[in-house]
Design a protein. Structure first.
Length: 68
């Protein structure tokens, strides 16, 4: 499954890199990229191993706010 997760505005490119790395390491994630200028994470994942809620927890666990 593919999902785009909207976050509050990211303040620096390193924030985007930090989120992208954490998502890529999350169980069940097949691929992830974070668009700094758009403050969006595009994630492809195996629905049998993880969920959107779990991916949101990865992002919020790093201190970022998910808005959609």
């Amino acid at each position: 499954m593919k999902k785009t997760i909207q976050m509050e505005e990211l303040v620096c490119p390193m924030c985007a890199q930090k989120i992208e790395t954490a998502l890529q390491k999350a169980p069940g994630v097949l691929g992830a990229s974070v668009l700094y200028n758009a403050s969006k994470a595009k994630v492809e994942f195996d629905e049998t191993k993880t969920s959107v809620d779990e991916l949101v927890k990865v992002i919020t666990g790093l201190g970022y706010v998910v808005i959609g």
